[in-house]
Design a protein around this ligand. Structure first.
Ligand SMILES: [Zn+2]
Length: 369
């Protein structure tokens, strides 16, 4: 067993990381990039475990177990609670890492979603990377190198992850006990995104949300219907996200009350916590809606594939009948316009346009394309 077993379809990356753990090509700053779902933070965390383990990442010793549970004293994982990583948090972590490495041991800092750093926070990391304390290792994760300031990325060794193939993903699901037909379907539908594939395989709510998205093309007959489809899509995404975040937030508040109490002078702490939780909720809702839009875009891509006679297999195998009907019923040019409309909607939401407004604009555009 090895901590690298969890990396799906990344043979070259694993080879390079193992070599670095053994001292070949090791450096103090790394940038893990790859599309969402390729496992950037899984790879960074596996590498961190391997660097901290006396046995190169055995996956079973106390150190590896602590790394996996993020309780290792020499490992800090920074994940933005809200929409960005604050400068205070960055400074605090850099100080802590320097202190711990000064004791002579390796200290690893993993920054997930480094593309969501504020400019000031990015500067705090840059300073730490420019003048590294001996023993400190920084592992940053971002979708692409261009998501980070050139001053930071030029100082990092780049690790490029690729999206695992559907076969790779299906194999992982089967190993964790999912039956073969479900694993194959979920792997194809999730388009290489391991976490999404797992959710589709085991979570009825995730499947329901996907179906909601794929019902949109059949709900465009009238303007009223198109607007209703938009509202349902946004609502389903919010419900899916809230189900995940509300529970975690309640548990967090509870443990906060235990630690901080309700005494005088704590009001500010509670309002900070509430602010953090709201911003996390907003982000989860946005991510959930984005996944629904990715599903919808894939549906139209399947339609386009049939229209142009492509021999590439369908992503949405369970939707073959509806996709065939849509393909026979329209022209590739209008399918292209629809795919573009979905992509513009994703961009609009990423740029903070009100989700309902953006999705209404989308369903109206799909109708008239
Ligand atoms: Zn170990």
């Amino acid at each position: 067993m090895s901590v690298f077993d969890r990396l799906t379809g990344q043979r070259d990356v694993v080879t390079a990381l193992r070599a670095a753990v053994a001292g070949d090509g090791m450096t103090h700053a790394w940038l893990f990039t790859g599309p969402p779902g390729s496992g950037r933070s899984v790879a960074a965390r596996a590498f961190a475990s391997a660097l901290l383990c006396a046995d190169g990442g055995c996956g079973t010793c106390t150190s590896c177990r602590q790394s996996a549970a993020t309780t290792h004293p020499n490992l800090v994982v920074v994940a933005p609670a809200g929409l960005s990583i604050s400068v205070d948090e960055a400074r605090r972590v850099v100080r802590q890492a320097a202190l711990s490495a000064a004791g002579g041991s390796t200290h690893v800092v993993v920054v997930e979603d480094a593309d969501r750093l504020t400019e000031q926070a990015a500067n705090a990391w840059l300073k730490a990377i420019e003048e590294p304390e001996a023993g400190c290792v920084f592992l940053l994760c971002a979708p692409s190198p261009e998501d980070l300031p050139p001053t930071i990325r030029s100082r990092c060794r780049l690790v490029t992850l690729r999206l695992p193939s559907a076969d790779d993903v299906a194999e992982v699901l089967e190993r964790s006990g999912v039956d073969a037909p479900t694993a194959r379907w979920a792997a194809a539908a999730a388009q290489g995104h391991v976490g999404r594939a797992r959710a589709l395989a085991v979570d009825a709510a995730a499947r329901e949300q996907r179906e909601q998205a794929l019902r949109v093309p059949a709900r465009l007959a009238t303007v009223g219907e198109a607007l209703a489809a938009a509202a349902d899509l946004v609502e389903a995404a919010e419900a899916e996200a809230d189900r995940r975040t509300k529970e975690a937030a309640a548990a967090e508040t509870e443990s906060f009350v235990e630690t901080v109490g309700k005494g005088r002078g704590t009001a500010g702490l509670y309002s900070d916590l509430a602010k953090k939780q709201r911003s996390r909720e907003t982000r989860a809702r946005r991510d959930s809606l984005d996944r629904a839009l990715v599903d919808l875009a894939a549906w139209y891509r399947d339609v386009l594939a049939l229209q142009v006679g492509s021999t590439v297999g369908l992503v949405n195998t369970d939707q073959a009948d509806a996709i065939r009907l849509a393909a026979a019923d329209g022209a590739p040019e209008s399918t292209m316009r629809r795919i573009e409309a979905v992509l513009s909607c994703r961009e609009a939401i990423a740029a903070n346009v009100t989700p309902l407004l953006a999705v209404e604009q989308l369903t109206l555009a799909l109708r008239s394309a």
